[in-house]
Design a protein. Structure first.
Length: 303
């Protein structure tokens, strides 16, 4: 962190250096050790660059393209008792950071595509992916925990996973519940062309920016790259500010990289008034639809 960055950070009410990790994990039991080493290397790199909130891609330690239910179960672990979460906990405690990761969660005879938050004091909580993409429906059970928002020392952290960002209700509910930042492990796969516009930006990145803009919330998305069993991945990881625009840049489609953003997490609680008469919170017509769009899983916290 530069001296100028450090000076600016001291003026923030809740300073955070967010990192989104983009790389190329691979599915298969034979690749688990290499994936784990790749994740640890990037966690260490992010810490060395001053990050204290690090977001990993979807299924970063296992790969994504399972070819059978048996293979998916073989990659899965219980949460939080599994080896992977315990390793993330130990790293987070040692370096006093928060980590958002994602893995196949085993619970009895069910599998969930689960995002997990750990921090300096250990395991904090989990979110099970609500909206399942394509063949995920053959392996995973749709999420049943609603949209938890977790209180932390740096602010309130909400979680989503990948395809969830296509559903505006998900980001709206998480933000209305009081999240200051939404962290989203992703595995955005190639869809019918065009994959990118002239600037090299994919639709998922625009959806991320739109959700941040429409909800006055930070959003950090960590995607993967490369190909796996015939599926290609989009890259384009980014950290969107409360105004929707990327802080810094959007990662390239094929970059093995980590992006960083220095933010004041609780800035999201500032009333999003853009002029004398417009206010995102006040202008909602909750006389026509309720504040949480029918969600009853948790009370809304003030922002």
């Amino acid at each position: 962190m530069t001296s100028a960055t450090a000076s600016a950070a001291t003026k923030r009410k809740s300073a955070a250096r967010v990192a989104v990790v983009q790389f190329n994990p691979q599915v298969g039991l034979e690749n688990l050790e290499a994936n784990e080493a790749a994740v640890r290397k990037r966690l260490q790199q992010a810490v060395s660059e001053g990050a204290n909130l690090i977001v990993l891609p979807e299924l970063a330690t296992t790969g994504y393209c399972f070819d059978s239910r048996a293979e998916a179960f073989a990659h899965a672990e219980p949460v939080p008792e599994g080896r992977t979460i315990r390793g993330w906990e130990a790293f987070a405690k040692q370096h006093q950071v928060y980590i958002v990761g994602c893995l196949p969660e085993l619970e009895g005879h069910q599998l969930f595509d689960t995002a997990v938050l750990v921090g300096p004091d250990g395991y904090i909580g989990k979110y099970r992916k609500t909206h399942l993409w394509n063949e995920e429906k053959l392996f995973f059970t749709p999420g049943n925990l609603g949209y938890p928002v977790f209180e932390t020392r740096i602010g309130r952290i909400g979680l989503l996973v990948c395809w969830d960002i296509w559903f505006p209700e998900a980001a709206r509910i998480v933000s209305q519940l009081g999240a200051d930042i939404i962290c989203i492990p992703t595995g955005w796969v190639w869809t019918p062309p065009p994959l990118y516009d002239a600037s090299g930006t994919c639709m998922a990145a625009y959806l991320t920016m739109t959700a941040a803009h429409a909800n006055n919330v930070f959003i950090a998305t960590a995607d993967r790259i490369g190909t796996e069993r015939g599926a290609g991945f989009m890259g384009n990881s980014l950290i969107a500010g409360t105004n929707g625009w990327p802080i810094g840049r959007i990662a390239g489609p094929e970059e093995d990289t980590i992006l960083y953003a220095d933010i004041d997490v609780v800035e999201a609680r500032t009333a999003p008034i853009w002029n004398k008469l417009n206010d995102l919170v006040r202008d909602r017509r909750t006389d026509l639809y309720d504040q949480l769009l029918g969600f009853r899983g948790a009370p809304a916290l003030p922002r």
